[in-house]
Design a protein around this ligand. Structure first.
Ligand code: SF4
Ligand code: SF4
Length: 200
């Protein structure tokens, strides 16, 4: 047996019925988050923007091994390692990350890269405001990802702590830069040292 057709309201009542839904919603608890004026606190282990960490004297923990890049399922990381020298040292051991980039147009913030990192050089912060309308701006460089300087740190490149070796850094024996530590003159980043008297 066919269903009886439902009784419909007279045509002039339809707009009023629609407003009824609106009025009911006006008195319900609002679920809208007032972002960005009011930001929600993230969970402590939230996966946000990455950070390249430093040792307590300012030397970099990254050794340019590329394990993070190999672990990344989205092919979002690009690393080029290079050799440290006594004249220009960025990390305590033999190698450092000369070029380091993360493409946030690709990254899915899964955290596999930080699990793969053997030196805990790479970790993730709670920062989540990574949107941009430019693809180029979404490629973060080493300069953007490198952690800032805390008390007792000197910016790289600079010499290893006197009397210490790479293992001592990982044993936690270096707690700050040695007295008198000075940044070295960087020559391997593509910029040539300025000759005295040369035009800027
Ligand atoms: S969080 Fe995941 S997707 Fe993003 S760079 Fe690391 S491994 Fe790749
Ligand atoms: S961040 Fe870690 S895994 Fe990636 S290149 Fe540096 S040391 Fe290797």
């Amino acid at each position: 047996m066919a269903d009886e057709p439902k009784e419909t309201k007279p045509g002039f009542q339809n707009p009023v019925a629609g407003f009824g839904v609106t009025f009911k919603a006006m008195f319900k608890k609002r679920l809208t988050e007032q972002y960005p004026e009011q930001q929600k606190t993230t969970a402590p282990r939230f996966h946000g923007r990455h950070q390249l960490n430093r040792h307590p004297d300012g030397l970099e923990k990254c050794i340019g091994c590329e394990l993070c890049a190999w672990a990344c399922p989205a092919d979002a990381i690009y690393v080029e390692g290079a050799d440290n020298t006594d004249e220009e040292r960025y990390s305590p051991g033999e190698r450092y990350g000369r070029v380091y980039q993360i493409n946030y147009a690709r990254c899915i913030l899964c955290g596999l890269c930080i699990e793969a990192c053997p030196t805990r050089a790479l970790t993730m912060t709670n920062e989540f405001e990574l949107a941009d309308s430019s693809r180029a701006n979404l490629i973060y460089t080493k300069e953007q990802l490198l952690a800032g300087l805390e008390e007792g740190m000197v910016d790289t490149p600079h010499a290893i702590y006197p009397g210490m070796d790479e293992q001592d850094y990982y044993r936690g024996l270096v707690t700050e830069a040695a007295p008198g530590t000075e940044p070295q003159v960087a020559v391997s980043k593509g910029e040539k040292p300025q000759e005295e008297g040369a035009d800027a």
